[in-house]
Design a protein around this ligand. Structure first.
Ligand SMILES: Cc1cc2nc3c(=O)[nH]c(=O)nc-3n(C[C@H](O)[C@H](O)[C@H](O)COP(=O)(O)OP(=O)(O)OC[C@H]3O[C@@H](n4cnc5c(N)ncnc54)[C@H](O)[C@@H]3O)c2cc1C
Length: 471
């Protein structure tokens, strides 16, 4: 190609903005690819935020893909954070506030989910991550006459690259410049999260042994309970009223509500103190008609684990085609409601698809052409649109109890609404034939686990990390 030098072909400098799930997965894959020089910039000093304390649901497809793409020692660390899966796969049980069960959602996509500790995931991905530069916030970029991109940072420094990847989340500065029309809306819904230590007592309060539950409450509120159970230490032992060890088993308690229906509206929900957040959840769970087990769980929360998610929606974008040297991945493209747990799955899939493209010999030949990343961009947006639609349908279910009539209609339509969400699912669930389809505790005739589950070798990993503590 005219204008291409041998150094263009030999070395490619990539800058990734943001060390979240998507940015770190991309960086880890590219880091081990010969001919790629990589830097990843993260605005925070510690690659941490409060949500890191919680779990993230990842599908078997996402996990097997990660296993194939990242180095085996990183996978081994990460795999250690995959929580105990209930027999027959994950299920979501729906309840009314009074504790009466409505139905169990146990479709193939639901069962093919794994509860993964975000903390383990993050720890694994930052391991040997000398390429991450923390405490440096990206501000803007400039495309240079030679086609390279110069990135400008808040500390006054700059860095140049052949490809700039914005993996900087929902409020992405890279997207603001690349697609300056894209908007973000506050939807007025807020979810308060806490961790509850998983003990023999709290397990009994789940309403269902080891499954996630969604409970519809009055005032368009809901309570979500979801356990993360360390396979080798099923009950929590290292916790106080304030904190819990990141390796300890826990229940994630999520309490969703329109902000307008908060008992305490003295300030924005993310400015409420931890005690005020607990008091808010206690007030909701003390209402008449709410089963007493919810209040008991709310009394058991570890205060310092409080995390407030103000639900924001970034406008979906059209494929951007004119910038072969600047691209986006993950929530920076556009986000989706987390009620269906698909955002991190998408970010990981984006990272793998982009890495595939960047490391292909075709990309090295075509990277100066305007359409060099078009297929990646189109695939990314298509995947996100599907998952965003499915997530929006789930969000509508969770927040459609504005009054008794609407709640009644929502409850009646629940089975068909969930079926619609499933019918739009596009993932292949390679593990479906090992999961029982006729209720809890059943295993199908093959009794086989997906190959990657067999290969986890929990005991070896645990011994490697905690040999002295074991047995
Ligand atoms: C409470 C909650 C529960 C969820 N549960 C699930 C789930 O179970 N399953 C699932 O699939 N998804 C879930 N999601 C969604 C998922 O967490 C996100 O979709 C996913 O983290 C997006 O990854 P990302 O890498 O694109 O962005 P992020 O994880 O947001 O990472 C962006 C990174 O960029 C950094 N950054 C931002 N601006 C700059 C800047 N200017 N300069 C440098 N760095 C910058 C940020 O500090 C951050 O580290 C959940 C989300 C929430 C809030």
């Amino acid at each position: 190609m005219p204008g291409t030098t041998s150094s263009d072909i030999d070395s490619l400098k990539v800058i990734v903005i943001g060390a979240g799930i998507g940015g770190l997965v991309l960086a880890q894959i590219l880091h081990s690819t010969p001919g790629i020089q990589l830097s990843c910039y993260e605005r925070y000093k510690a690659i941490d935020d409060r949500v890191v304390g919680f779990r993230v649901m990842l599908s078997g497809t996402t996990l097997s893909m990660l296993k194939r793409k990242i180095k085996s020692d990183i996978w081994a660390d990460l795999a250690f954070g995959i929580g105990e899966q209930p027999e027959g796969g994950e299920k979501i049980e729906f309840f009314k506030g009074n504790g009466n069960k409505m139905l169990t959602w146990d479709s193939d996509p639901t069962k093919d989910q794994y509860s993964v500790s975000r903390w383990h995931l993050r720890e694994a991905l930052v391991k040997e991550a000398s390429f991450v530069r923390t405490g440096i916030s990206f501000e803007r970029y400039e495309v240079l006459p030679n086609g390279r991109v110069r990135a400008f940072f808040s500390d006054g420094s700059t860095d140049e690259c052949d490809l700039l990847v914005g993996a900087d989340g929902t409020n992405s500065n890279v997207r603001k410049q690349l697609l300056n029309h894209a908007t973000i809306k506050d939807l007025g819904m807020v979810v308060i999260y806490f961790k509850v230590p998983l003990t023999e007592r709290s397990l009994k309060l789940l309403g269902s042994p080891a499954n996630s539950t969604h409970t519809f409450c009055p005032n368009n509120q809901y309570i979500m309970l979801a356990p993360w159970q360390n396979p080798l230490a099923p009950f929590s032992t290292r916790y106080t009223q304030h904190t819990i060890d990141p390796e300890d088993s826990y229940i994630m308690l999520g309490a969703g509500s329109p902000h307008a229906n908060f008992h305490n509206r003295r300030c924005s929900p993310n400015e409420l103190t931890q005690s005020e957040l607990q008091a808010e959840v206690l007030a909701r769970t003390s209402q008449p008609g709410i089963h007493a087990r919810f209040r008991e769980l709310a009394e058991m929360v570890c205060l310092d684990t409080a995390y407030v998610n103000i639900v924001r929606k970034s406008e979906a974008v059209h494929p951007w085609t004119s910038s072969p040297n600047i691209t986006l991945l993950g929530d920076a493209v556009f986000n989706m409601s987390n009620t269906l747990s698909r955002g991190a799955n998408c970010a990981i899939m984006d990272a793998a698809a982009l890495a595939d493209r960047i490391t292909s010999p075709e990309y090295r030949r075509e990277r100066h052409q305007p359409a060099a990343l078009d297929d990646y961009v189109r695939g990314n947006i298509e995947r996100r649109e599907v998952e965003r639609q499915r997530s929006a349908m789930m969000q509508k279910i969770m927040f459609s109890g504005q009054n008794k009539l609407r709640g009644f209609i929502r409850n009646k339509a629940l089975p068909s609404s969930l079926k619609k969400i499933d019918s739009l699912d596009r993932e292949e669930h390679e593990g479906v034939n090992w999961i029982g389809s006729d209720g809890e505790g059943s295993v199908d005739s093959t009794g086989e686990e997906p190959k990657w589950v067999e290969e986890l070798k929990w005991d070896e990993i645990f011994e490697g990390r905690h040999g002295h503590e074991k047995g």
